[in-house]
Design a protein around this ligand. Structure first.
Ligand code: 13P
Ligand code: SF4
Length: 337
């Protein structure tokens, strides 16, 4: 069997058997992001948010890492584990937010602000990370920014929404935010939140920090995808302001709980490019391999390691802890109903 189309004709059970057998033969590990299709999440050895996945990629004893997520995540695995083979089931699975900023454009902005530190959200290319001082994820962005001298200006790329959230949480007024965004989260609107609340008044509303400010202001909690999984384990009714893949998986795990997406349209087409057929094909054919020029890889590793060192032995606060912390500043009820 040679083509992905031929693999697609196989039943799911046969694909799963093939995936397990090849994974054992290659000593491979499958890392999956929380937004993957449920069938991909089911065969992943590790599921998580961007911080958890990068920690896992740095520490895994496997020889081969198969990354079911988007391109910057697989690149991050290669940056942190250069001696391992890193494979992606579909090379077209990119992140449109990461493409908002190029290394050349960032160098230009750095020249205008020579004193600024550069914080790169992991949703960025390896070249952009190599131009940055430190990386961050949605679960440690506040902590990363707080680690930098308060009087030092910060260039924050590429997510303007996360930058604004960090600005509010840290009380800084010297963050120069790149004008990028995630279409999945930026498209969510207050009307949808109000409708979901009206339909499920008992539910907690949790929103990802990639969403717009008005959504964050209206939410009960703001946290990363892993924080949301933690919340789903503890609460019976949740409205999730994030991508559908996470909600679908939580509904499958807890069929008796009330879990609803804030927006039915919040689907990341890029994350969904990975399928069981492509994953089985990828393991059988050893493709598509992620490769990086060494100067770019080592530059990006410096910024990523600085983040991981800061997060060493540290875990993202649970949603419950975040909730306790935020309860005073984010009263329930958005005033938009
Ligand atoms: P986290 O899983 O780190 O919260 O990030 C969400 C995301 O947009 C990944 O593409
Ligand atoms: Fe990129 Fe948004 Fe998709 Fe995440 S959900 S991969 S940030 S486009």
């Amino acid at each position: 069997m040679g083509t992905v189309l031929e693999y697609s004709a196989l039943p799911a059970a046969a694909l799963r058997d093939r995936i397990h057998a090849r994974k054992a033969a290659l000593n491979a590990v499958i890392l999956g992001h929380n937004y993957q299709r449920v069938e991909i999440q089911e065969v992943s050895d590790y599921l998580g948010d961007s911080l958890g996945l990068s920690q896992e990629a740095a520490d895994t004893p496997a020889d081969v890492i198969v990354f079911c997520g988007v391109h910057f995540m697989a690149e991050t695995a290669k940056i942190l584990s250069p001696d391992k083979r890193v494979l992606m089931p579909d090379l077209r699975a990119g992140c449109p937010m990461a493409d908002f900023v190029t290394a050349t454009a960032l160098r230009r902005l750095k020249a205008e602000h020579p004193d600024a530190a550069v914080v790169a959200y992991v949703n960025s290319t390896a070249e952009v990370k190599a131009e940055s001082d430190i990386c961050c994820t949605s679960s440690n962005a506040v902590r990363v920014v707080e680690s930098l001298p308060r009087e030092q200006p910060i260039i924050f790329v590429p997510d303007r929404n996360l930058a604004r959230y960090v600005e509010e949480r840290t009380g800084r007024d010297n963050i120069i935010a790149w004008d990028g965004y995630c279409y999945v989260h930026d498209d969510m609107v207050l009307d949808e939140l109000a409708r979901a609340r009206a339909a499920h008044p008992q539910a907690i509303v949790v929103v990802h920090p990639e969403a717009r400010r008005e959504l964050l202001d209206a939410a009960d909690l703001v946290t990363s995808t892993s924080g949301m999984v933690d919340l789903a384990e503890r609460h019976d009714a949740v409205i999730f302001g994030t991508e559908r893949g996470l909600v679908d998986r939580m509904k499958q795990r807890f069929p008796l709980k009330t879990f609803v997406p804030l927006s039915g349209a919040a689907v990341c087409g890029n994350m969904k490019l990975n399928t069981l057929a492509k994953l089985a094909w990828c393991l059988d054919h050893g493709q598509h391999e992620v490769v990086l020029p060494e100067d770019v890889r080592s530059g990006a590793e410096r910024a990523l390691r600085r983040m991981l060192d800061l997060s060493g032995g540290w875990r993202a606060p649970t949603a419950e802890e975040e909730g306790l912390e935020l309860a005073g500043v984010r009263p329930r009820g958005c005033g938009c109903a």
